[in-house]
Design a protein around this ligand. Structure first.
Ligand code: NAD
Ligand code: UDP
Length: 330
């Protein structure tokens, strides 16, 4: 018998989940990875399969979940996360943010485990306060196309806080702002893989709207460090974690063109409905409570991420779909 802490990570085969698996394995935890592979890929975690302190359950978190043995921590990260994904699978998105978290909270209560949810800057919607502080309640259209994601995440925060208040469960809420890095799916529709994929395939870069909307991009290793610190803190209120270095999407496209050396142009397409006009985290709380600040600037993060995308095979680069929607969605 060993004394390893046992952690359940849902959404473990996804972009962030797989990096979390790596981190907790590195810290010598016993990692129980759960995923139904709807937008994730086993390839992201297959290097961990030979380890004795890693196990994988192919399981839909929105149905009943059972994990034998003790559990010290649960990270609920399962959820479609890109606008294209949650537009294509809206019901699954709502379910994993409601039924899925309810199952995880029940499991945490039964096991006496500490639980963290992956919330998002999308709880602020198209924000009228800039930069966004945790005190801002947001500006969300509940019945707009993005509502399925935003409202699921807001419900997730509400039920998590209720379990904390009424059952005394030790819960953490992290509000993650746009994060990027290796293992993002090339055509998951998010702006960074979209632009890099287009540059690598010799296609024009598609800017939605006039490119004046802003985002603030955080490199994945910085986010993982923030998650690790918040999980081990005694703080139960929501905390923003992201990189406040804000850039317009138009300028971001120019950076990608320089980075990749492509001679492609940018082309303009319609702005998706309810696309937030601006987004920048106020990270005062994370600095004060967690002693956390991002360390990897965009130039370095983009270099590392580009190296990953460049290493993919031509077949992968030209694949139409990088998800399992057909298999899982009836
Ligand atoms: P991702 O799509 O790469 O990973 C999500 C994973 O969850 C996938 O492996 C998918 O198969 C799995 N999943 C979805 N529904 C499931 C279900 N019902 N049961 C089991 N597994 C299921 O996305 P990501 O970027 O890694 O996002 C991970 C989490 O972080 C999500 O909850 C997302 O909302 C949150 N988040 C991410 C960002 C970001 O910038 N990457 C920003 C804010 C919040
Ligand atoms: N975007 C774009 N071209 C693309 C993909 C996205 O101009 O090919 C824009 C999108 O409209 C949004 C921003 O880039 O304003 C970030 O989009 P993403 O899907 O990465 O994440 P969001 O922050 O909107 O959830």
């Amino acid at each position: 018998m060993n004394n390893r802490k046992r952690i359940l990570i849902t959404g473990a085969a996804g972009f962030l989940g797989s990096h979390l698996c790596d981190r907790f394995i590195k810290e010598d935890y016993h990692v129980i990875a759960m995923d139904n592979l709807i937008t994730g890929r086993l390839k992201n975690i297959e290097h961990l399969f030979p380890l004795e302190n890693f196990e994988f359950y192919n399981q839909d978190v929105s149905t009943f979940i059972h994990v034998p043995g003790d559990l010290d921590y649960i990270l609920h990260f399962a959820s479609p996360a890109s606008p294209i994904d949650y537009l294509k699978i809206p019901i699954q998105t709502l379910k994993v943010g409601s039924l899925g978290i309810h199952n995880c909270l029940g499991l945490a209560k039964a096991k006496g485990a500490r639980l963290m949810i992956a919330s998002t800057s999308e709880v602020y919607g198209d924000p009228e306060v800039h930069p966004q502080t945790e005190e801002y309640w947001g500006h969300v259209n509940p019945i707009g196309p993005r509502g399925v994601y935003d409202e699921a995440k807001r419900f997730q925060e509400a039920i998590t806080m209720a379990y904390h208040t009424y059952h005394g469960l030790d819960t953490k809420i992290i509000r993650i702002f746009n994060t990027y890095g290796p293992r993002m799916r090339l055509n998951d529709g998010r702006v960074l893989p979209a632009f890099i994929g287009q540059a690598l395939r010799g296609e024009d870069l598609t800017i939605f709207g006039d490119g004046s909307q802003t985002r603030s991009f955080c490199y994945v290793d910085d986010l993982v460090e923030g998650i690790y610190r918040l999980l081990h803190s005694d703080y139960n209120q929501p905390v923003n974690v992201g990189n406040p270095d804000e850039i317009s999407i138009g300028d971001f496209a120019e950076e990608i063109i320089k980075l990749t050396g492509t001679d492609q142009k940018v082309i303009y397409q319609d702005l998706p409905v309810n696309d937030p006009k601006q987004r920048q985290p106020d990270i005062t709380k994370a600095i004060k409570i967690l002693g956390w600040e991002p360390k990897i600037d965009r130039a370095e993060g983009l270099k590392r991420t580009y190296a990953y995308f460049k290493s993919l095979s031509t077949e992968e680069l030209n694949k139409k779909e990088h998800n399992n929607f057909d298999k899982y969605v009836k």
